[in-house]
Design a protein around this ligand. Sequence first.
Ligand SMILES: [Zn+2]
Length: 207
Amino acid sequence: MEYILRRKIVEIGKKLYEKGLVVATDGNVSARLPDGNILITPSGVSKGEMRVEEIVKISPEGEVIGRGKPSSEYRLHLEVYRLRKDIHAVVHTHSPYATAFAVTHIPLEPLVAEAVLTNGKVPVSPYATPSTPELSKSISDLILNHNSILLANHGVLAAGKDLDEAYFRAERIEYLAKVVFLSRLLGTPKPLPEGEIERLLENWGLK
Ligand SMILES: [Zn+2]
């Protein structure tokens, strides 16, 4: 299990880097192991060039188990796992369109069907300095009712029941941010028709 998750984290890191959802050594990915410990990407390494053995294991309290230096944002991940027992993976990106919304403090409304079904509304958390305990506290309230959050003037936090779900949420947020951005250039984005969000959720058995 641990080896499979390590490989999956490396694979997702490559996708994040190749698709431009992170640049340089930015971004981080983690997954919760069945024993409660957490695997997380290492500090200062490009997500496009990670090796399986570089993934760091930490306890739910943030102590390193074995070797390596975890991502400086590890506290943010630990806070999600502490508050959401249904979440087993977290992806954090600085993808450009979504980060533009985070910088302008504009939440992402679910304006297309897939957004309703995967992320719902993506709110903006209050600003906090990256890599500090304050950043992890800045999401505590929102993560209780949202799987994805825009971190003010920073980037995207996407959580899921597994690594694929967290990754796809991060990817879809960037796509939606791009669509909303382009829609704003063309005119005024229109909300989905009244009652449509409820209907979509019912059709998909999510309500
Ligand atoms: Zn960051």
